[in-house]
Write a protein of this length. Structure first.
Lengths: 644, 424
């Protein structure tokens, strides 16, 4: 590593946070929007947190809204209960290389096991076209044995730990703003588990390239995402090499060239052929300009796309798995020459001087001189991060997330100005939002439809419930239309009500509300009585009023209540509930620990989900819910609870 | 979003009330009161079946006249030609091509002239990554990953008449890439999931459902109000279907496989006239790197499932067949040569099937280059002589009446496959 710029901007980040904390003297302009302090606190928690838990509004008011946000921006919060939970997720503390060794891709283990003679060369991967059950079971058993023998764990466990972490963080962490922004920036720099090649890296990507910088500078996050194997594979840059006949940074020697001769023949026979380097691949360059920085109308041309692709040629991934040893030998060979020859290796990132196009380039009017290496790409990121179009694009996305689906131009312009003045400091942008009248305006409050993830998490928080095992909750989030970490397109999930609300997903939202309140979301423990200090409401009407107030604090509820009264008073509900009265001592379903335990190493999430659902369906008809649970379920499924 | 409700007000709701009073098959009654029809006739349905994993088009539809070369390239993976005797052979289609015997149940539809094959079809993009190739085929923009919407969603936006909540339905656990976009689409694993469920007290569910309905009818936000209305209208439509007791007609027997189940439910939706126009299903297991087999084995089982599912679906559709076209698709083909594990690796061109009353069936469309080594793509794969967009564009144009190819496939300069239908 020779380039000092190529390090996270930890120093700048600390600096900014201190400056931000000192600058919250003035109060937020919510009074002008006709808001009481408590309503303003609720709005703040709806936007910069995953909704209020019982008691949260009191706490924010007591602390002062400005002080609360300052603490969120500086990270000065005690987060020990979340840290304790997260500590159980051991992959979180593994370096990327260790993750890859511990949770190898199923296909890789399969090939290894074949080579080791543990399973026959004639077996297919279990789960792939396996119609022969006995044979498949046999292969699976042998594979399980091989996993244990080698100390491997299934890749899906790594993914389960990542999604569990996301849920725990959103539900429990006191550092709510960081949780919200991690979700936002991951979506901005989207990668997807649906991509086989990217999949092993996604957990490390969020942890290493996104989360540390969500309150830092946009530029630093841009660099981290550009150089991360998850992005390099997802948008194919790892295959992008200088076109034929173009001079490379390292003209002689090709330590990582495509395998030749016998080795290549072996690869052909053993496994799917990778596309061989075919020159430039423009996918990353195009999305970098269109989605990550300038925006689609940001003023760049197709020539710019090509020039940017040339600048990033050679940004690749160090091979892992069976080719790791080979790769490390070759890296060592380069190093033994004495100089780095222009190669740069950082964890699994490699800049390959041997395939980087080293001729002159012109990007957005800036000339990049010939003969350089990794600096080409880094300079492009500098140019892009400081470009006014990037400021406007990022400003708009933030305004859409935090103000409304169609934010007023005024707040976008203000954010863009802050971006340019602060050099893209994200904490400054959040601060500008909180001081914007548009953020507090009547036509912004309650106007964002919660994403399925926001709905699920905010419901759990509002109930003061705890998540023991997030698997079923995550399954619900998928069915409501937001399977986590698997949005296939690099655009990320569209951040608009229209894309979350359609007939199928709305129905699932209502069923989620009913299921959660009645204890049918496995792994979530709740105590509805405790929520009201164990005071039993004297009637259904009172239950409705009390719990609507608890779950939707500081909202205008008159009309919601009016519409809910007839629903809960319908005699048929009472009858049916009485019919299915609970037997004494029947306990609600309990969660089993699901993440973190060894499961069969087959990659078959669809079936697993279906089987689980069938089991749940059986459970659902066994124990009847209490009338109070029905009331709460109806509140959680109501239109008002879908908004933030 | 605008006016989606009026569709159901005009069609769906009256259907519910009439459906329950009428005798005989409910769908016959419904047909008379169906939703406002698109200009020029009845609502058409396109059923897309994505074969994930890349089907070996050369084994599905082998060029029998190149038997000698086939035996050379794939000594363990070539079926005896039609001229040799016995069951273990390809079905001779009489035009130089054979059909894998697992497709036997589709054979009558070929002979009828309803089933067409397009050979050497695929993407111009050279990628051999499942992920990339599926992504491109569903976004409809090979080589461009950033396209936000899917091609079927764009078609949905161009249909030009009112959409029902069931216009676009994917029988998949998550919304497929082809349906990404602004126009509503529903992903369902089973139709039974489409109801309000009060756990433990199913009898009360309808009451709660009605309660929710009233609640959403009064919602202050337009989107929640309209979608809520659509949702409950749709729930009522489905509730009329008696999902549990559905019996396929005309002796149709669906395989008890995920694909068979999916298509059975698509048939229910088609017959119920709930406004379905774009259906999407998928089938896995086509990535046959190891022990692909010929007339027995992995590939053969996949083919049989596909073929029996489609033929059962077609039978079950009965009189609705004239409104339905089924198309298969797969992300790429496989190597012409077999590999060391008696399987095939990722290739380029493959083939696909199109089924419909007006389809110019009984023919292999597209041009088939010879299997000479020089004619192979990169010396190893079937070339792509028909861009998949040519086929999809023709389906959209002739079957669905959407001719704005530039909007469906932005940036594509090619031409639709005109020969695919008997009328254009």
């Amino acid at each position: 590593m020779t380039n000092t710029k190529f390090l996270p901007g930890v120093v700048t980040m600390l600096f900014t946070c201190m400056a931000v904390a000192a600058a919250f003297a003035e109060s937020f302009p919510y009074e002008a929007a006709g808001l009481t302090e408590r309503r303003a606190a609720a709005h703040l928690l709806d936007r910069f947190a995953y909704g209020p838990r019982p008691g949260d509004i009191d706490q924010v008011v007591e602390m002062g809204l400005e002080a609360w946000l300052a603490a969120q921006l500086s990270g000065a919060v005690d987060d020990s209960s979340f840290e304790k939970l997260a500590a159980g997720l051991d992959s979180r503390s593994m370096k990327l290389e260790e993750m890859l060794e511990t949770f190898p891709p199923p296909a890789q283990v399969f090939r290894e096991a074949q080579r080791a003679g543990v399973i026959s060369r004639d077996s297919g991967l279990p789960g792939k076209g396996g119609d022969n059950d006995a044979e498949r079971r046999e292969v699976r058993r042998s594979l399980m044995g091989y996993f244990q023998e080698k100390g491997y764990r299934p890749q899906r466990e790594l993914i389960a730990q990542m999604t569990a972490h996301k849920v725990f963080q959103a539900v429990v962490s006191e550092h709510q703003l960081e949780a919200v922004l991690t979700d936002f920036w991951f979506n901005h720099f989207n990668v997807s588990l649906t991509d086989n090649q990217s999949r092993p890296f996604v957990a490390a990507y969020e942890r290493d390239a996104i989360a540390p910088g969500v309150l830092g500078s946009f530029h630093d996050m841009l660099v981290e995402t550009a150089a991360h194997p998850a992005m390099l594979t997802y948008l194919d840059n790892f295959q992008s090499t200088a076109n034929e006949g173009v001079r490379t940074t390292l003209e002689a020697g090709a330590p990582f060239g495509p395998p030749r001769g016998r080795r290549r023949a072996r690869m052909r026979a053993d496994r799917p052929q990778r596309a061989r380097p075919q020159g430039l691949n423009e996918n990353y360059a195009r999305e970098l300009l269109e989605l990550h920085t300038l925006g689609v109308d940001g003023g760049y041309s197709q020539e710019d796309v090509v020039e940017v692709a040339r600048a990033f040629s050679g940004w690749g991934v160090v091979p892992f798995g069976p080719q790791a040893a080979d790769a490390q030998r070759q890296i060592a060979r380069v190093r033994s020459v004495g100089a780095d020859l222009g190669f740069v290796v950082r964890e699994s990132f490699i800049f390959r001087a041997d395939v980087h196009d080293a001729e002159t380039k012109t990007v957005l009017g800036h000339d990049l001189e010939a003969g350089r290496g990794i600096d080409d790409g880094l300079e492009v990121l500098d140019i892009l991060a400081s470009h006014p179009s990037t400021a406007a694009h990022v400003a708009r996305k933030l305004a859409v997330r935090f103000v409304s689906d169609e934010p007023p131009q005024g707040v976008i312009d203000r954010l863009a100005a802050t971006y340019l003045e602060s050099g893209g400091q994200i904490a400054e942008l959040i601060r500008t939002l909180a001081y914007s009248p548009e953020f507090w305006a009547q036509d912004a409050r309650g106007q964002k439809i919660k994403s399925p993830f926001e709905l699920a998490v905010s419901a759990v928080r509002a109930l003061g419930a705890s998540v023991v095992d997030p698997a079923d909750l995550i399954d619900w989030v998928s069915r409501m239309g937001q399977p986590l970490y698997t949005y296939q397109a690099p655009t990320g999930y569209p951040d608009r009500a229209l894309s979350w609300v359609n007939t199928g997903s709305l129905l699932t939202r209502m069923n989620f509300g009913l299921g959660l309140a009645t204890g049918r979301v496995m792994g979530v423990e709740l105590d509805l009585a405790a929520l009201n200090d164990d005071r039993e409401p004297e009637s259904l009407s009172e239950a409705l009023e009390v719990y609507a107030g608890l779950l939707l604090p500081e909202r205008e509820l008159t009309s919601t209540l009016e519409q809910l009264y007839p629903v809960i008073h319908d005699p048929k509900i009472g009858e049916c509930v009485a019919e299915a009265a609970p037997e004494e001592g029947s306990a609600p379903p309990r969660a089993r620990g699901r993440y973190g335990q060894l499961r069969p190493p087959e990659d078959f999430p669809m079936l697993a989900g279906r089987r689980r659902r069938e089991a749940l369906r059986e459970l659902a008809s066994s124990t009847p819910p209490s009338p109070l649970a029905n009331v709460v379920g109806v509140i959680l499924g109501s239109p008002e609870f879908q908004r933030r | 979003m605008i006016n989606r409700r009026s569709f159901l007000k005009a069609g769906g709701l009256s259907v519910v009330s009439l459906g329950s009073m009428a005798g005989g098959p409910a769908f016959l009654t419904r047909a008379a009161f169906a939703a406002p029809e698109p200009a020029g006739g009845r609502r058409k349905v396109l059923v897309s079946i994505f074969q994930r994993g890349a089907m070996d088009g050369l084994m599905a539809v082998p060029p029998l006249e190149e038997e000698r070369l086939l035996r050379k390239y794939r000594p363990r993976l070539s079926m005896p030609g039609a001229r040799s005797g016995g069951d273990e052979r390809a079905i001779d289609l009489g035009n130089g091509f054979g059909l894998h015997p697992g497709f036997g149940s589709l054979r009558p539809l070929w002979s009828d002239g309803r089933l067409a094959i397009v050979h050497q079809v695929g993407s111009p993009d050279p990628t051999r990554s499942h992920f990339d190739a599926q992504d491109y085929m569903e976004s409809g923009t090979p080589g461009r990953k950033g396209t936000a919407t899917g091609w079927l969603n764009r078609v949905s936006g161009l249909l030009g008449h009112e959409a029902s909540p069931f216009r676009s339905v994917a029988m998949t656990p998550a919304l497929p890439r082809a349906f990404y976009g602004d126009h509503p689409a529903v992903a369902l694993e089973r139709l039974e999931d489409f109801q309000v469920r009060l756990p433990g007290a199913l009898g009360a569910s309808s009451v709660v459902g009605q309660g929710f309905e009233a609640l959403y009818a009064e919602a202050s936000q337009d989107l929640l109000r309209d979608t809520g209305g659509d949702t409950f209208d749709a729930v009522k439509l489905l509730a009329e279907l008696d999902l549990d007791t559905y019996q396929p007609v005309l002796g149709a027997q669906y395989p008890r496989s995920p694909l068979g189940e999916s298509l059975r439910q698509v048939a229910q939706l088609v017959k119920a006239d709930v406004g379905l126009e774009l259906a999407f299903t998928e089938t896995g297991g086509w990535d046959t790197h190891v022990q692909q087999g010929t007339t027995n084995g992995t590939f053969s089982r996949r083919v049989e499932d596909l073929s029996r599912s489609i033929s059962a679906f077609w039978t079950d559709l009965g009189q609705h067949r004239s409104n339905v076209v089924v198309t298969t698709m797969t992300e790429f083909g496989r190597t012409v040569r077999e590999n060391g594990a008696a399987g095939t690796d990722h290739g380029h061109g493959s083939c696909l099937f199109v089924l419909g009353d007006e389809v110019a069936g009984g023919r292999v469309h597209g041009s088939f280059e010879s299997l000479d080594e020089d004619a192979l793509y990169q010396g190893r794969d079937l070339p792509v002589t028909t861009d998949f967009r040519s086929v999809f564009a023709q389906l959209a144009h002739t079957h669905l009446g959407v001719g704005d190819t530039d909007s469906i496939f932005p940036g594509w300069q090619g031409r639709p496959t005109k020969s695919l239908f008997r009328r254009t």
